[in-house]
Ligand binder design. Structure first.
Ligand code: 5GP
Ligand code: ZN
Length: 144
């Protein structure tokens, strides 16, 4: 669907809600996040209402990532950041609060303590190989 009238990002696309726009082309709009993890935190949204990466038409998905490659260096240089994270939350459980696919560009500074708290797990025994086979089988089934 091109637009959902109840979606906050569709409202931004239609100009019903203002945004601090930094870039726009035929397929995407980019603007500053209203509640940034760091100043300069930027969002890129497709001009198409889809919930997440998997239901976004390919041309919009490609346009979002092409825009990220172009905009991230500008965000870094403008903010003096030493690096950046690209983040895309898919699904409420993953922290998605706006159900319109979007990519975050988060400029990062030494010791800024942003995006902390994750601990990494360890596979035991055959668990890694089993997980590998399970995911590969799903990919094969979808491609069949
Ligand atoms: P999510 O948690 O869904 O990955 O990210 C949604 C992001 O959108 C949040 O970082 C939030 O601050 C931002 N956001 C939500 N509503 C608005 C808005 O009306 N304007 C802008 N500029 N950002 C918004
Ligand atoms: Zn939308």
């Amino acid at each position: 669907m091109e637009r959902d009238p109840n979606c906050v990002f569709c409202k931004i696309l239609d100009g019903e809600i203002p945004s601090a726009k930094i870039y726009e082309d035929e397929k995407v709009l980019s603007f500053l996040d209203i509640a940034p993890f760091n100043y300069g935190h930027t969002l890129i949204i497709p001009k198409y209402h889809a919930h997440g990466i998997s239901d976004l038409p390919e041309e919009y998905r490609n346009a979002v990532f092409a825009a990220a490659a172009k905009l991230a260096p500008a965000v870094m240089h403008a903010t003096g950041a030493a690096g950046f994270n690209l983040l895309m939350n898919n699904g409420e459980t993953a922290g998605q609060t706006v159900p319109h696919a979007h990519l975050h560009i988060i400029p990062r500074f030494a010791d800024d303590k942003v995006l902390l708290g994750a601990s990494q797990k360890q596979y035991q025994g055959t668990e890694l190989a089993e997980m590998q086979a399970k995911i590969q089988a799903k990919i094969a089934a979808r491609e069949a």
